[in-house]
Design a protein. Structure first.
Length: 93
């Protein structure tokens, strides 16, 4: 039994498997959670191009900047927000 590092003594070879960092990190697009980024920019495109309401673009940039700041502080904020919205205060018996 060959020991590659001293931190895991007593474990057989192959017991610990190295995992790539991208498996454990959150999926962010442009610094914002992927699902939220898609929702924001799909809404901007849906308002901007067919309706020719260009004020949606600064609104989208503002929402993206706020989401970026929140994701920088806590990358799981959107997942927690979705669960909080789905949480029911009153359950029928």
């Amino acid at each position: 039994m060959a020991e590659s590092d001293g931190a895991h003594q007593g474990e057989p070879d192959g017991y610990r498997v190295p995992i790539h960092q991208s498996v454990t990190l959150h999926h962010l697009m442009m610094g914002v959670p992927r699902a939220l980024c898609i929702v924001i920019w799909t809404g901007v495109v849906a308002l901007s191009f067919p309706l020719r309401t260009w004020y949606a673009i600064p609104l989208g940039l503002f929402l993206h900047a706020v989401s970026f700041a929140a994701a920088k502080r806590d990358p799981q904020f959107f997942d927690v927000f979705r669960r909080a919205v789905a949480y029911r205060i009153f359950y029928r018996v």
